[in-house]
Write a protein of this length. Structure first.
Ligand SMILES: CC(C)(COP(=O)(O)OP(=O)(O)OC[C@H]1O[C@@H](n2cnc3c(N)ncnc32)[C@H](O)[C@@H]1OP(=O)(O)O)[C@@H](O)C(=O)NCCC(=O)NCCS
Length: 187
């Protein structure tokens, strides 16, 4: 096995159809995540345990400082890629499927965003909500329920809380990356 392949596996990266995920050197990908094929991940972003980002049908782009948390699934279709903006929080167990997520969005724990949906910047998709196909969520909307409905605008306080949380994840990703490097060196 070539050394470069060993390094990729140590970060949970897999080539598909001639395409290897492109991970910014400042991003952290857990070795227990699976990032496959046509995927690009920006500086300061993090991909956590057992998250799956599967770029086999179409491209998937993850912006700067975005966290893709544990067990999150990101996929696309042959006709619709998936784009996730900067400083996005994709919560634990969320599903982001063939859609567009703007900057500073929170996709809450266990929430689902379906094909063709566009979630405007600054919006919060509450825990467990389902944004149905082709829904356009205006900027700064709080969406709750199944099917997801806009219930109000995101307040300045809520925006600040979620931004602080997203920024904590940048630091947490750095620490995990350092631990990973240390453990590789000590082997
Ligand atoms: C929606 C949320 C942001 C809270 O917003 P809020 O404006 O402070 O809402 P409140 O807690 O005051 O609740 C307001 C109402 O919404 C309901 N509600 C809160 N969260 C809800 C959710 N996820 N789905 C459905 N209803 C919800 C409350 O029960 C309450 O209902 P009521 O008016 O009938 O009593 C929060 O519940 C949430 O879902 N956060 C997601 C956090 C997350 O997943 N982060 C990512 C990982 S770190």
């Amino acid at each position: 096995m070539r050394l470069s392949t060993v390094g990729a596996r140590a970060m949970g990266l897999y080539r598909f159809d001639g395409k290897m995920p492109k991970i910014h050197p400042g991003a952290y990908v857990s070795p227990r995540a699976a990032v496959i094929g046509d995927v690009e991940i920006g500086d300061g972003a993090s991909v956590w345990e057992f998250a799956v980002i599967r770029g086999d049908m179409n491209k998937i782009r993850v912006g700067k400082n975005t966290s893709i948390q544990d067990n999150c699934t990101v996929h696309a279709t042959f006709t619709e890629p998936t784009t996730i903006g900067n400083l996005v929080t994709a919560g634990h167990n969320s599903v982001i499927h063939a859609c567009e997520i703007g900057d500073n969005v929170v996709v809450g724990i266990g929430a689902i965003v379906l094909n063709g949906a566009k979630v405007g910047s600054g919006s919060v998709i509450g825990a467990g909500a389902v944004v149905t196909e082709n829904t356009l969520v205006p900027e700064n909307s709080l969406v709750l329920g199944i099917p997801g409905k806009v219930v109000k605008e995101v307040s300045a306080d809520m925006h600040e809380t979620f931004t602080t949380n997203a920024e904590l994840y940048i630091e947490l990703g750095r620490k995990h990356k350092e631990e990973l490097e240390r453990s590789k060196k000590s082997k």
